[in-house]
Design a protein around this ligand. Structure first.
Ligand code: 26Q
Length: 818
């Protein structure tokens, strides 16, 4: 007789049905009749997780048992992984049988998937990139561990009240998160504060002893990352801070009892909450504590794995390639030195050689003010031993600088790990660069500008270290999962291999760009997605969109350099045109915004308010009804992104040239068939080169022109003279047309534009308007537009994160990949 299938791995429709019912009862304690949506979610999640566990355990064993393959350790303070259920079913290939199994139980899979709370463990691009990279590493079968922080509260939930952003706590762990396994066995002590002194070791050598002020325990929580096809599974290991236990409370008096509980509370504060700003505006002590906690625990964990392989310490870099996702984990350079030298007694030179062969560093910014630096007193207070190590690294480094360039006595000051202005700072980008084998930017233009400007002196000193790896996004989540309509349309023509061989396969769509049948199917898919977004806007915003209108979308963090206010000025100008000339030819538009502002970023919050106030005026004016609509989608996150990107016709990528390192939303829009209107910034440059200039709406100053304008002394007001439309729009904002008559409301924003305008909004306005007109004219010709849309998708193959990861493997990590 045939063995009956294992109830925990059986992927047949009937097997899934049984397993869901079993989990519903045994994991949630509810009979089918009493189960709520959340209980069904839990049951389905456990059913899927069961089917991942074999690959998951094998993945861990492979890392722990095979010392011959170098394992990638991706260190990131953020992993914006998004909802897990749908993605995991897609990877395992069980979405359809699960849908049928649930239907037979009277349940709707999509409703259950939509119910999942999203772990918002990141701010935006950088955190989401880390998640896409984990997906690609697993899909390519590269052994990898993502190390990060398990924030109890992730990115805040954004509500809009009377047009303004309000931040609400994100309680994503209200119910247990079914995708994590707490690992009691993986706990490490992490020390903070205190003092150092020299001590004689038993063998007579002098060693530095660090007596910390506090010790906390870092506890591992593992989340599986399963690759496409379900065969390979990697690990996301997130650390939670816990108080070290073992107080004998009975021996304490009341005061000590209180202070020990107080200590416990402090310890657990470390991983409480994600900092919701995407620049290091204020160096807060707790933030440094977060960074150090996850870095120290991760390195201890790697050393533990390395040791258990029976390999000598000097070969640590053959076991792990560690990637630093920006400078947030850069203290790892000093921490690895401390562990090797102070704890394991290795000599400095050997330790430095191991360290510099282990690390590589990715930079994500071009704004000099966004480079992380820590005030020395603060750094010394949290990490006294690490400051000494940083000084020693710096002393040796600057010695080599002076020896190599005696002709440039100022060079040491510019390259130093310490910024000697007062107050003094530790420059984390310098520490990361000196301690790494490779440094990369995230788009071709960005990497060039890094070498030329932001890290120019370092790049001149270490030319061999600097390289580029252009970002990418996973075509699984950002096409197959989020856009079933377009995915089906694509697969009907070219099969499904594009899901894990995107670059190779998706180009085959080119030949259908003018095929009328294919165009009709393509348009139908887009319409389906626009209806889905229309439904969302109606239910959560009570805004009526018209799916026949051009969906014109800008979703991303709110920042002056991203220029959402340029987009708003354009909306106001269009509104004025329509009011002045009701009979004009006008392509109906739905202009959609979304994104969060850092809670302390005043002007970004003004921009959100302005969008909502303009929406209020435009959407209630019968003179433009049916032609212009404005919507601000609250709480933009991975889940809403999965609805918004597929519905876009036009993707707004309008940052000032030279400011956006790469952008990845641009790629998500593009592979979902949106055409881009954008500047020559970040990865837009490469996207335009790939899709062809005739399939991209380009406007605005170039990076060099921007620098020339700024050198010559930019005067924003000069751009008002030849442009009455722009003057009128600014005047309306200032005089209260969009603030219910309150003339003071938007003064800070308007004054900034008129007198400072750091991001040249006014300088690019005219060019933007012209370009928008061109886009509208093209949209009015459906065949021409659809052709552009198809060619965009077909030619964006290189923007798969699988391609990015292959480049990291070959050029930076020296790890084998297919
Ligand atoms: C640093 C110190 C203290 C507090 C917060 C921070 C912090 C946190 C998050 C600084 C920066 C970030 C996030 C940056 C980010 O998302 N950058 C984006 O990275 C994307 C992926 O490479 C690029 O596509 C974007 O261009 C870049 O803006």
């Amino acid at each position: 007789t045939a063995a009956s299938p294992d109830p925990r791995t059986d992927c047949s429709r009937e097997g899934l049905r049984k397993a869901v019912l079993d989990n519903l009862f045994y994991a949630t304690g509810h009979a089918q009749e009493n189960a709520a949506r959340g209980d069904w979610y839990t049951a389905v999640a456990y059913t899927v997780r069961d089917r991942m566990l074999k690959a998951w355990v094998q993945g861990i064993e492979r890392i722990a048992a095979d010392g011959d393959v170098r394992c990638v350790a991706y260190l990131s303070a953020e992993f914006l992984i998004g909802p897990q259920l749908g993605a995991n079913m897609l990877a395992l290939g069980i979405t359809e049988p699960m849908r049928e199994a649930l239907a037979s139980l009277g349940q709707d899979l999509d409703a259950i998937v939509f119910h999942e709370p999203e772990p918002g463990l990141g701010n935006g691009g950088l955190g989401r990139l880390a998640a896409c990279f984990m997906d690609s590493l697993a899909t390519l079968g590269v052994p990898a561990i993502g190390y990060g922080i398990r924030y109890e509260f992730g990115m805040f939930r954004q509500a809009i009240e009377d047009g303004a952003q309000v931040e609400l706590a994100d309680k994503w762990l209200r119910r247990p998160f079914p995708w994590e396994l707490p690992r009691g066995g993986q706990q490490y002590e992490v020390r903070l504060g205190g003092k150092t002194h020299m001590e004689t070791a038993p063998d007579g050598t002098l060693r530095v002893q660090w007596t910390p002020a506090k010790t906390v325990t870092a506890c591992a929580h593992d989340i599986p990352v399963v690759g496409h096809g379900g065969t390979h599974c990697n690990l996301l290991r997130l650390w939670r801070a816990e108080a070290v236990e073992a107080f004998d409370f009975s021996t304490f008096n009341a005061g000590e009892y209180f202070s020990s509980v107080h200590d416990k509370i402090f310890s657990e504060t470390i991983t409480k909450v994600l900092y919701p700003n995407d620049d290091p505006y204020q160096g807060k002590q707790l933030r440094l504590g977060q960074q150090y906690l996850f870095v120290s625990a991760s390195l201890q964990d790697m050393l533990h794995i390395h040791h258990s392989l029976g390999k000598p310490l000097e070969t640590f870099h053959t076991t792990f390639a560690i990637q630093l996702n920006d400078t947030h984990p850069a203290v790892a350079v000093a921490e690895l030195m401390r562990l090797l030298v102070d704890v394991h007694g290795m000599d400095w030179d050997t330790a430095w050689s191991v360290t510099t062969q282990t690390f590589a560093y990715t930079n994500h910014t071009l704004l000099p003010e966004a480079l992380e630096k820590w005030p020395l007193p603060l750094f010394a207070e949290v990490l006294p031993r690490h400051l000494e190590i940083v000084y020693e690294i710096n002393r040796r480094f600057l010695e080599s600088v002076t020896a190599a360039h005696p002709e440039d006595p100022d060079l040491a000051r510019r390259l130093s790990l310490i910024d000697e202005t007062s107050p003094r700072f530790v420059r984390m980008a310098h520490l990361a660069t000196v301690g790494s084998k490779a440094v990369n930017g995230v788009a071709a233009l960005h990497s060039e500008l890094l070498k030329r400007d932001v890290l120019g002196d370092l790049a001149a000193f270490f030319p061999e270290k600097f390289t580029n790896v252009t970002n990418g996004v996973t075509p699984r989540r950002w096409l197959a999962l989020c856009n079933p309509a377009l995915a089906a349309c694509i697969s009907n023509r070219i099969g499904t291999r594009w899901q894990d061989h995107f670059e190779e396969e998706i180009i085959r769509l080119e030949e259908f760009a003018d095929d009328p049948d294919f165009q009709a199917q393509w348009q139908a898919a887009k319409l389906t997605n626009k209806q889905r977004l229309t439904h969302l806007a109606k239910t959560i915003l009570r805004v009526e969109l018209d799916p026949a209108a051009l969906f014109d979308v800008q979703v991303k963090r709110i920042h002056e350099y991203k220029r959402q206010h340029l987009n708003v000025l354009r909306v106001i100008a269009l509104y004025n045109r329509l009011r002045r000339n009701p009979g004009m030819d006008f392509v109906p538009r739905a202009v959609i915004f979304g994104g969060k502002a850092a809670p302390a970023y005043y002007l970004a919050k003004q921009i959100i308010l302005l969008v909502n106030r303009v929406a209020e005026v435009v959407n209630t004016d019968p003179a433009v009804a049916g032609r212009l609509r404005v919507a601000f989608v609250p709480n933009f996150n991975v889940r809403s992104g999965q609805v918004i990107y597929p519905a876009a016709d036009l993707s707004q990528q309008i940052s000032l040239a030279g400011k956006e390192a790469s952008g990845t939303g641009n790629m998500k829009f593009g592979i979902n068939g949106a055409v881009t209107i954008g500047t020559l910034d970040g990865a837009n440059v490469e996207m335009r080169a790939c899709v062809g200039e005739e399939n991209f709406f380009l406007f605005g100053l170039t990076t060099d022109e921007v620098q020339a304008v700024q050198r010559a002394g930019y005067s924003p007001a000069a751009h008002l003279e030849g442009n009455p439309e722009l003057a009128e729009a600014l005047d309306q904002i200032r005089s209260g047309v969009f603030s219910r008559g309150d003339a003071g409301c938007f003064r800070p924003l308007v004054d900034n534009l008129l007198h400072r305008d750091e991001y040249l909004v006014l300088a690019d306005f005219a060019s933007y308007m012209d370009c928008q007109d061109r886009a509208a004219r093209t949209y009015a010709d459906p065949a021409a537009w659809t052709r552009m849309s198809i060619l965009n998708v077909a030619r964006l193959g290189m923007f798969s994160s699988d391609r990015s990861i292959r480049e990291y493997c070959r050029n930076i990590w020296n790890v084998p990949v297919e």
